[in-house]
Design a protein around this ligand. Structure first.
Ligand SMILES: *[C@@H]1O[C@H](CO)[C@@H](O)[C@H](O)[C@H]1NC(C)=O
Ligand SMILES: *[C@@H]1O[C@H](CO)[C@@H](O)[C@H](O)[C@H]1NC(C)=O
Length: 573
C-alpha cells in the first residue's frame, strides 16, 4: 500500500494497492472499505498494476497512476461532489504513465501535481537505470513535457541505487508567482567525490515552475535545474565529522510564512563501521543561500571539481524568468544562449546546505533499528511550541521523540514512546495528519494511530510531568491531552525540565500519591524492592529513612533494585 491520499475536509483516506484503490473513512478505518479495480491485464502477479500515485486533480477528480504490468499508466478517479456517498469510479481515458510513475512497485519515486502539471522524479525505463525529473502537463491532450538531460550523470547520477528520489514539494520563493519553484530531495552517487569513489550524497534540487525549456539548445530540457548537497553530520573532536550521507525521508513542516517552512530530513550512514540514523533540520534560508552562492565547476574529464570563479552570465543561471519584471526575458526561451550553455555545464552548487545548529537534533547509532520515515507535528505546550517527531523504523516501529532546547542552547533528545505497529514493515510514508491521527502503511496494511496516549502515563501528577510529552498535561485529575486554550491554573506540564517538584507541589505531602508497601526481610540478607516507572523519562530515587527526621538518598536508578541493608529500615521512592 504505497500511495495514500488523505482528504481531511471530506474525511476520506484513499489507499493505492495492488490492482485496486481503496476508499476508507478516515475516522473509522475498521469500517469496510470500498474498492475499485484498476487491473486491466490478466497476467502473473509481478505484472500487476501497483498503484503508486494518488494526487488531487480538481474538486471532483483524483489523478491516479500505476505500474500497469511494467507499462505505467494513469487515469482519473471520479469521486464527485457528494462527501457522504462519493462516486468512486475510474475514467475510461487512460494516459501513458511514462515520466510520471515508475515501471516497478519497488522503485523509489516521488511526484507532486500542482497547477495542472505533474512533477515527478522517477526512472523512465524498464531497468530502472535511467532516472529523470519530469514535468508533464496533464491539462488538455498535449502531454507536453520538460525533463532532465538523459544519460548525463552531472544532472542525475542514480545508477543501481535504491531509494533514489525521496520527496518533492512546491515552495514559493517570493511573493511573485513567477518565482515559484518545485524542490526535489534525493540521493545519488557523488560525482564530485571522484570517478572511483562510490560515495553517496544527499541532494536538494530545484526547478522554476515557469521553465519552458530552451529555444535553440536544451529544448524540452530544464533551463533552471540546480542542485546542492544536503549535509547531516556530527562534528568530531579532531575535525573529522561523522557523516549521515543517505537521505531516507523528508518532511516539510509548514509555518505561518509559506515561503519558509522547516525541512526535516531522516538520514542514514553508509559507513561499514557502524549503522546509524540521524534527523537534521534545514531552513529555506540556508537552502536558498546555497543556490545563490558559487557554482561547482569541472573543466574537463581529467580535472577535479572546483569552485567556479569565472564570469556568471545575466540573468543569473537558475533565476526564474519574469513576465512582470523583465521585459527582455519573459520566458526561459528568451534566455541568452550564454545562459543556456552555462546551465548545460553547471547544475551543481559549490557550497553544501548545513543543518540548523550545525548537527543533527537526534541520532540513533548501533540501535536495533534504522529510522526510515518522519512526520513532524508542531505542538503548543505550556512552555512553548515543540516539534514532535513521529519516526517510522525499518522494523515496523513508530518512535515518538522531541528535541528540547536547553538553557545553554544545546539540544536534548527525549524519546517519548516506541510503539510496534507492524511486525514486518517495509517503511512507507505515513502522511501528515493534523487531525490528531497518524497513518502508517506497510505491505500488510494501513494502520491509524492517535498522536498521544496520555492515559498510559499513570494516574499521578508527578508521573504525567515526568513523561515530558508535549501532548499531555496533568489537569488536576488525570493525565490528558493538553489544549493551549483551556484554563491555565489547573494544568501541570514541564516539557523542558520534567520537574515534578515544581509542577506538582502536593507530591510530597499528598500521601495518596505515594504508595506505601511493607516488605519484610531478614537482617544481613537482601530484599528485592520493586518500582516500575510509567514513562521512560522517569528516574527512581531511593531514599533511606534513617530516623523520623532524617532521610538519606542511597541511589538513583531507572529500574527496581536489590538492596542489602541493616534492618529494620524504611524506604521511600
Ligand atoms: C475535473 O477533471 C475531470 C477530468 O479532466 C473533468 O472531467 C471534470 O469536468 C473536472 N471537474 C471540474 C469541477 O473541473
Ligand atoms: C535471603 O534472601 C534470599 C532471596 O531473597 C532467600 O532465598 C534466602 O532464603 C534468604 N536467606 C535467609 C537466611 O533468610
Amino acid at each position: 500500500y504505497q500511495a495514500l491520499l488523505l482528504d481531511e475536509d471530506k474525511g476520506w483516506l484513499l489507499v493505492g494497492g495492488k490492482d485496486h484503490i481503496y476508499l476508507l473513512k478516515s475516522d473509522s478505518l475498521d469500517q469496510p472499505s470500498r474498492k475499485v479495480k484498476t487491473q486491466r491485464f490478466s497476467v502473473a502477479t509481478e505484472c500487476a498494476n501497483f498503484v503508486r500515485l494518488l494526487q488531487p486533480f480538481n474538486k471532483t477528480h483524483v489523478y491516479a497512476c500505476g505500474t500497469g504490468a511494467f507499462h505505467p499508466q494513469c487515469t482519473y478517479l471520479h469521486l464527485g461532489h457528494n462527501t457522504e456517498e462519493p462516486l468512486f469510479t475510474l475514467s475510461h481515458t487512460v494516459e501513458s504513465g511514462r515520466g510520471k510513475c515508475p515501471f516497478s512497485p519497488k522503485e523509489p519515486f516521488t511526484a507532486r501535481l500542482t497547477d495542472g502539471d505533474l512533477y515527478a522524479g522517477t526512472s523512465v525505463d524498464f531497468m530502472g537505470a535511467n532516472a529523470a525529473i519530469f514535468r508533464t502537463s496533464i491539462q488538455g491532450s498535449s502531454q507536453h513535457y520538460i525533463r532532465t538531460e538523459a544519460f548525463d550523470h552531472n544532472w542525475l547520477n542514480g545508477e543501481k541505487l535504491r531509494s533514489y528520489f525521496v520527496g518533492s514539494f512546491s515552495i514559493p520563493d517570493t511573493r511573485s508567482p513567477d518565482d515559484d519553484k518545485v524542490y526535489f530531495f534525493f540521493k545519488e552517487r557523488a560525482v564530485e567525490a571522484g570517478q572511483w569513489d562510490k560515495r553517496v550524497y544527499s541532494r536538494v534540487a530545484r526547478v522554476c515552475k515557469n521553465d519552458l525549456g530552451g529555444r535553440r539548445s536544451l529544448i524540452n530540457r530544464w533551463t533552471t535545474f540546480l542542485k546542492a548537497r544536503l549535509v547531516c553530520s556530527v562534528p568530531g573532536p579532531s575535525g573529522v565529522d561523522t557523516q549521515f550521507d543517505e537521505l531516507e525521508d523528508i518532511f516539510v513542516l509548514e509555518t505561518k510564512d509559506p515561503q519558509n517552512p522547516s525541512i526535516y530530513g531522516v538520514f542514514s550512514t553508509s559507513s561499514s563501521i557502524f549503522r546509524g540514523s540521524a534527523v537534521c533540520v534545514f531552513s529555506m534560508a540556508s537552502i536558498r543561500a546555497a543556490f545563490n552562492g558559487p557554482f561547482a565547476h569541472k573543466e574537463g574529464p581529467d580535472y577535479r571539481w572546483v569552485e567556479y570563479k569565472g564570469r556568471i552570465p545575466y540573468p543569473r543561471p537558475g533565476t526564474c524568468p519574469s513576465e512582470t519584471y523583465d521585459a527582455l526575458h519573459k520566458s526561459t526561451k528568451d534566455f541568452p544562449d550564454e545562459v543556456v550553455s552555462f546551465m548545460r555545464q553547471h547544475q551543481l552548487m559549490w557550497e553544501p546546505v548545513l543543518p540548523l545548529g550545525g548537527r543533527p537534533i537526534l541520532t540513533r547509532v548501533n540501535s536495533a533499528y534504522m529510522l526510515k520515515k518522519v512526520v513532524v507535528d508542531r505542538v503548543d505546550a505550556e512552555d512553548g511550541p515543540y516539534d514532535v517527531l513521529h519516526l517510522g523504523t525499518d522494523d515496523g516501529k513508530v518512535v515518538k521523540a522531541v528535541s528540547v532546547i536547553k538553557d545553554n542552547w544545546g539540544t536534548e533528545e527525549v524519546i517519548l514512546e516506541e510503539l510496534t505497529v507492524f511486525q514486518k514493515c517495509s517503511p512507507l510514508p505515513p502522511p501528515s495528519a493534523p487531525q490528531q491521527q497518524l497513518y502508517v502503511s506497510s505491505e500488510l496494511g494501513v494502520a491509524q494511530l492517535g498522536l498521544q496516549r496520555c492515559e498510559l502515563y499513570g494516574t499521578g501528577c508527578a508521573e504525567c510531568c515526568l513523561a515530558r510529552d508535549p501532548y499531555c498535561s496533568w489537569d488536576g485529575q488525570t493525565c490528558s491531552r493538553y489544549f493551549a486554550m483551556s484554563r491555565r491554573r489547573a494544568r501541570r506540564q514541564d516539557v523542558k525540565y520534567g520537574d515534578p517538584w515544581s509542577q506538582c507541589p502536593d507530591t510530597e505531602d499528598d500521601s495518596d500519591s505515594v504508595e506505601v508497601k511493607v516488605v519484610y526481610g531478614v537482617e544481613g540478607n537482601s530484599t528485592f524492592l520493586e518500582c516500575v516507572p510509567r514513562s521512560s523519562q522517569a528516574e527512581l530515587r531511593w531514599t533511606l529513612q534513617v530516623s523520623d527526621s532524617q532521610q538519606q538518598t542511597v541511589g538513583q536508578t531507572h529500574e527496581s533494585r536489590e538492596v542489602s541493608l541493616p534492618l529494620p529500615f524504611q524506604f521511600s521512592h
